[in-house]
Design a protein around this ligand. Structure first.
Ligand code: MN
Length: 206
């Protein structure tokens, strides 16, 4: 009997705790001063975690309970989409940094220079997209089905996967991403993020 209960509890646990907070691939102080330890503690340890917990609660008893995260992002809407996309977006965002960023090379650099003329021109347009995004959201570098690059602005939890685009890079422009370090200076935050981008990660997404 105890064994049966134990078995049932194991099943229950496995279906109701589908998603977990991925660990950061660096220490919480590794990205300072671009992103302080305090910002990462809140942004990853509180905000990202809250989206994971919300998603686990929301999918219980729904058809999404057995889907992987990307499938939920592609197929859901409302509160489930908002929390699933925020889990996906933050995981993708936090994976792309390291203490000292490196230069873009290879396919990604070639495609950026072909599209924008120079790497600096691309960064200027990307920063401008982030600075002019009204309210909360995400700026994305994406690749379409023909291999063309685009900069896409998405409000709130928006994710270009829902438009058939392949995300390569994203900047979080929700105030919680920068307010502790930059207060209202979103443009300074966007400009500083380039210092910690690990372009090897972006190339691996190509
Ligand atoms: Mn965020």
């Amino acid at each position: 009997m105890n064994l049966l209960i134990s078995f049932l509890l194991t099943i229950q646990t496995s279906v109701t705790m589908l998603f977990t907070l991925p660990a950061l691939p660096y220490t919480a102080e590794a990205l300072a001063p671009t992103m302080s330890q305090e910002t990462l503690n809140f942004h990853h340890g509180k905000h990202h975690l809250a989206y994971v917990n919300n998603l686990n609660n929301l999918v219980k008893g729904t058809r999404y309970e057995t889907m992987d995260l990307e499938a939920i992002v592609r197929e859901s809407d409302g509160a489930i989409f908002n929390n699933a996309a925020q889990v996906w977006n933050h995981t993708f965002f936090f994976e792309q940094f390291k203490t000292t960023g490196c230069e873009a090379k290879g396919n990604v650099r070639t495609a950026i220079e072909k599209k924008w003329g120079s790497f600096d021109a691309f960064k200027t347009e990307f920063n401008n997209a982030g600075a002019t995004l009204f309210g909360s959201g995400w700026v994305w570098l994406v690749k379409d089905a023909n291999g063309n690059l685009e900069i896409v602005k998405e409000s709130n939890a928006g994710n270009p996967l829902t438009k058939g685009l392949k995300p390569l890079l994203t900047f979080d422009v929700w105030e919680h991403a920068y307010y502790l370090d930059y207060q209202n200076r979103r443009a300074d935050y966007l400009n500083a993020l380039w210092n910690i981008i690990d372009w090897k990660v972006i190339e691996s997404r190509w």
